[in-house]
Ligand binder design. Structure first.
Ligand SMILES: [Ca+2]
Ligand SMILES: [Ca+2]
Ligand SMILES: [Ca+2]
Length: 366
């Protein structure tokens, strides 16, 4: 009897299909031999399909087309998660205050607060690039090669890509990074790329410099991530953050030779957040938004540079007409920020797009 009903239904379905006057779809019926496999459906007791056929029918809450549990939709087609329980799981972008470690910053904004609506969808309408209330001097998103970049101090302080040997090839290129795009700098011989980002930042009482880096290769001596310089004279350095030949992060304020060095290595070909703060008495280095090392460095305010010659360079400390040309950075850079205050570990975590809890910075990216 059950077989008879099925045959009748199959016939009805075939009739319905045959009556389809949508010519576009009719081509799919030329291979009706596929219907011989319908014998696998002999267990169907109704036209509601079966759990696992990818169609949500009858009292099924879901159907993800498989027979597994633990993937959000159980083997009996019941949902294994619930919007509103405070835990963001499976297809939920968020759930109440669980944002899966996403923040406005991780989504490419400067600041603001994320919200989660009652369908467990993120609402970033309150995120903003407005720097009001922040002591940020510069924010280089590095999302594009043209018209770099965003700068809260002056809208004219844009970065211009250069190579040491102009015309030597593609030396700076946009590529996927941690937050939106980043820029890959090829610092190898004959392909040395860098950006000139306008007049140098200098003279502030405190300082924070931070960036995401994906180190390509280490230099023999020193590779600059960012520098604010005027000359190689004793009075020619405001600050720099770079990498040395021992696989460490290096930071200097006002003194080319008296530098702070990280205790941990910065692993190549992985994204890591690197930062240093200076409060007038010591340099603190942070790796992945956690304190790495503290170095006494009581030189007072960041030196004031000659305004006519000072520059901010990204991926170099390129000083024209200087003999020194070995300080080019090779690798990816993203979200470079410069502040006029010494940020805390928690703030640096937030600046990097992370969420700080249990003394640890949690990232949605990894
Ligand atoms: Ca499943
Ligand atoms: Ca949930
Ligand atoms: Ca970016």
């Amino acid at each position: 009897m059950r077989t008879l009903i099925l045959i009748t239904m199959t016939a009805l379905l075939a009739f319905t299909t045959a009556c389809d006057d949508d010519d576009a779809n009719n081509t799919s019926n030329t291979n009706n031999t596929s219907n011989v496999n319908n014998t696998s459906n002999v267990n169907n007791t109704s036209n509601l399909g079966y759990c696992g056929d990818s169609l949500v029918k009858g009292d099924e809450e879901c159907d993800d087309g498989n027979f597994q549990s633990g993937d959000g939709c159980s083997s009996t087609c019941t949902l294994e998660y619930q919007c509103g329980d405070g835990v963001a799981e499976f297809t939920e972008a968020c759930d109440i205050e669980d944002f899966r470690a996403q923040t406005c910053v991780s989504r490419g904004y400067l600041q603001g607060e994320l919200y989660c609506d009652d369908t467990c969808t993120l609402d970033d309408a309150s995120c903003t690039d407005d720097a009001t209330g922040l002591d940020i001097l510069a924010w280089y998103k590095l999302d594009s090669l043209s018209g770099q970049e965003y700068n809260t101090a002056t809208s004219t302080n844009l970065c211009i890509p250069h190579s040491l040997n102009e015309g030597a090839g593609a030396i700076i290129r946009q590529y996927p990074a941690v937050i939106g795009s980043g820029i890959f700098f090829d610092g190898s011989f004959d392909l040395r790329g860098f950006m000139d980002c306008g007049p140098g930042y200098n003279g502030m009482e405190q300082l924070t410099v931070e960036a995401w880096v994906e180190v390509g290769t280490y230099p023999l001596d020193l590779a600059m991530i960012v520098s604010s310089v005027a000359s190689y004279d004793a009075t020619g350095l405001a600050f720099y953050m770079g990498l040395n030949g021992d696989f460490k992060l290096e930071a200097a304020v006002g003194d080319w030779d008296n530098v702070a060095v990280s205790s941990s290595n910065i692993i190549t070909r992985e994204w890591h957040h690197v930062a240093f703060t200076y409060d007038g008495t010591e340099i603190r280095i942070y790796v992945d938004a956690e304190l790495d090392s503290t170095t006494p460095h009581a030189v007072g305010a960041v030196p004031t540079l000659d305004s006519a010659s000072s520059r901010v360079y990204v991926a170099s400390n390129y000083l024209q007409n200087m003999a020194e040309t070995e300080h080019f950075y090779t690798g990816g850079l993203d979200e470079l920020k410069i502040w006029s205050t010494a940020r805390t570990a928690e703030e640096i975590c937030a600046d990097a797009g992370g969420l700080f809890s249990d003394d640890t910075c949690h990232f949605s990216f990894f």
